[in-house]
Unconditional design. Structure first.
Length: 171
């Protein structure tokens, strides 16, 4: 009888302890892509990136037009040109084509740099707000559901988007 009482008491203590432990675990989730898309800073950064891209596109377009003019002129006059002039025109066309490719690569790198430069502070701000909300509200983990890695999202997991939006001052 005494043994039965000890086992029963131990079972009650363990079940009470495990239910208390289970209740203290808080998990949250957020769609970081959605959060970033509604941040006003992101829209401003996108406008700056698009403006830089438009500048590079205009330059590439001008180079293409120059290239097309050179090629058309060469094709029209090819038969009347001497061998030396023809070779010179071909080298000129090839040089312009190489410059266009180099400029295109340069433009892509510069746009990537600008994008990183403008978006990193926004990502950092969002990350800091998520961490602050997690700490303030006692979450064990806050999962990012935009990555597609989360295989299951229970109803017990709290969507922290409203809390993070409030933290960032977004309506």
């Amino acid at each position: 009888m005494r043994h039965f009482l000890k086992v029963t008491l131990l079972a009650i203590i363990l079940s009470a302890g495990s239910s208390t432990f289970a209740q203290t675990l808080k998990f949250g989730h957020i769609d970081s892509n959605k959060l970033l898309s509604i941040m006003p800073e992101k829209e401003q950064a996108q406008k700056q990136i698009q403006a830089a891209a438009a500048e590079y596109d205009a330059q590439i377009k001008a180079m293409r037009e120059e290239y097309q003019t050179l090629v058309n002129s060469y094709v029209e006059k090819r038969e009347t040109l001497s061998e030396a002039v023809r070779n010179n025109k071909e080298v000129e066309i090839q040089d312009l084509q190489n410059r266009m490719q180099q400029f295109d690569g340069f433009a892509q790198q510069e746009l990537q740099k600008k994008q990183n430069e403008l978006l990193k502070p926004i990502f950092d701000k969002a990350s800091a707000a998520i961490k602050a909300v997690g700490a303030e509200n006692g979450f064990i983990y806050v999962f990012d559901i935009s990555t597609g890695v989360i295989l299951f999202n229970s109803n017990n997991s709290v969507d922290v988007m409203p809390l993070v939006k409030t933290k960032l001052g977004i309506k």
